[in-house]
Design a protein around this ligand. Structure first.
Ligand code: NAD
Length: 293
């Protein structure tokens, strides 16, 4: 056992399987008391069962660590609040949350139904909000804490998972808002975009060239939760096996200014040559793959 998180209390959503499970196990092995949240659903979010979270909590206890399971659905305000309340009731404080609960409902945009859109947004984006909301109120009082959102490289866009991509883009903006809003209270917020072998990545439509294990992701998350990363906030890191990468902050690429009012005609003359467009890396990839580029 290491001591990266000695004395800390960490809550992890989606901790019954995959990346969340690895984060919970490594956090406990590094000295944290862990709230293991998992609603125990199928990949599409259906058929909840509580057993997966409980079995991870038992695994942690069997290895000599401290853990408690919470089977609530974090896409509800009550579920997010309960994850935080259990941390306080069991361990008296909360030093970090990691929002790794996730589901997939893949469909092309032109065929996507409300039943495919809403639960995906509710699990990833609202499910990060509910936990961040409840945790940040505690951390603001404590004047310390770390919020970790789980995004994806597909926040850049996705051919057949517009719901998932939109939710993951939302997670990035939520994390940056948390970093800004909580900075003066000593609370940090960062996002991790993992690529790891789980039941979810087994269902990704494109072949993943760079991929690792959930334990690689857990190592980065545990570092970000630790005091060694106290100065890091508002960042997005990819971890894919041996690779760690930093995503750029959104920024304006080029600007131009009008003299007088804009009209569509003036913009048509001005924009292409002066401001132009910023090529989408994923679109270029698609064009190369499909042979149009
Ligand atoms: N695996 C990858 O390569 C990859 C890539 C990019 C992003 N991610 C993200 O990482 C996170 C973890 O994914 P994973 O690959 O470990 O998937 P996974 O399916 O193995 O685990 C997700 C867990 O979340 C739980 N869950 C789902 N809805 C929930 C809810 N409402 N409340 C509580 N728990 C709920 C599930 O029961 C499941 O155990 C997700 O946010 C996913 O989008 C994963």
């Amino acid at each position: 056992m290491g001591n990266f998180l000695a004395g800390k209390v960490i809550a992890v959503t989606g901790a019954g399987r995959g990346i969340g499970r690895a984060v919970a196990l490594v956090a406990a092995a590094q000295g944290a008391a862990v709230v293991v949240n998992d609603h125990g659903v199928a990949l599409d979010g259906r058929e909840p069962a509580s057993e997966v979270g409980e079995s991870v909590a038992r695994e942690i206890a069997a290895a000599g660590g401290r853990a408690v399971a919470v089977a609530d659905d974090i896409s509800t305000m009550a579920g997010g609040q309960r994850v935080v309340d259990v941390a306080l009731a069991e361990y008296g404080r909360l030093d970090g949350v990691v929002c790794a609960a996730g589901i997939l409902r893949e469909r092309m945009l032109f065929n996507m139904t409300e039943e495919e859109w809403d639960p995906v947004l509710a699990t990833h984006l609202k499910g990060t909000f509910t936990v961040f909301r409840a945790a940040s109120a505690v951390m603001r009082r404590q004047r310390s804490g770390t919020l970790i959102g789980v995004t994806s490289g597909s926040h850049q866009g996705s051919v057949s998972q517009a719901n998932y991509s939109a939710a993951k883009g939302g997670v990035v903006s939520l994390v940056r808002s948390a970093a800004l809003g909580l900075h003066k209270y000593g609370v940090t917020a960062n996002a991790v975009a993992p690529v790891a072998r789980t039941r979810m990545s087994a269902n990704v439509p494109t072949e993943l060239k760079e991929i690792g294990e959930p334990e690689d992701v857990a190592a980065l998350v545990v570092y970000l939760l630790s005091d060694r990363a106290r100065e890091i906030t508002g960042q997005v890191y990819t971890i894919a096996g041996p690779k760690i990468a930093l995503w750029a902050q959104p920024r304006e690429v080029r600007a131009g200014y009008a003299e007088g009012a804009w009209t569509p005609e003036r913009i048509a003359e001005f924009l292409p040559g002066t401001v132009g467009a910023d090529p989408m890396p994923l679109l270029s990839l698609l064009e190369r793959r499909d042979g149009h580029g």
